[in-house]
Design a protein around this ligand. Sequence first.
Ligand SMILES: CC[C@H](C(=O)O)C(=O)SCCNC(=O)CCNC(=O)[C@H](O)C(C)(C)COP(=O)(O)OP(=O)(O)OC[C@H]1O[C@@H](n2cnc3c(N)ncnc32)[C@H](O)[C@@H]1OP(=O)(O)O
Ligand SMILES: [Co+2]
Length: 139
Amino acid sequence: MIGPLNHVGVAVPDIGKAIDFYRDVLGATDITEPKVLAPQGVTYAFVTLPSGQVELIEPYGETSPILKYLERNPKGGQHHICFEVKDIHEAKATMEARGMRVLNEPRIGAHGTLVIFLHPGDSGGVLIELMETPQAEHE
Ligand SMILES: CC[C@H](C(=O)O)C(=O)SCCNC(=O)CCNC(=O)[C@H](O)C(C)(C)COP(=O)(O)OP(=O)(O)OC[C@H]1O[C@@H](n2cnc3c(N)ncnc32)[C@H](O)[C@@H]1OP(=O)(O)O
Ligand SMILES: [Co+2]
């Protein structure tokens, strides 16, 4: 069911400093400007590499789902991994049928397609995001 590993999510307390690190220390050259995704409570930026992306995420707003994570990990850390699926609704039904707690109804993620998250308690302690492959890549 899962397709390509689309991105590794990294929670950061300061997305500007994180971008500086990826650019100036690690030499990444393809980094987007930070963008707010208010409904998901994050400011995000993508570091695009030949093999995939690192998604830098900083909390946005008082109810951001990553606030508690950063309270536990003030320096930030590896937060989630995201796999692509062909059909998010089918994936959600399959995950539920297999006993996974799906944390949300499909909603628009940073790549503009529908995403869901699985409870890390059911997936070996790793927060997994499933995102529908962008249409253009289906054709
Ligand atoms: C969608 C935009 C963008 C994109 O790619 O398109 C993103 O990816 S944004 C990513 C941010 N959004 C989310 O993470 C949404 C889903 N996350 C959640 O609903 C919560 O973060 C949740 C439920 C996973 C954890 O919430 P919270 O930390 O408030 O709850 P607890 O403190 O009670 O934690 C419960 C349990 O889970 C463990 N935990 C929490 N976060 C993580 C994590 N990132 N990776 C692994 N495990 C995690 C936590 O330690 C607790 O474990 P326990 O054994 O019960 O103590
Ligand atoms: Co993500």
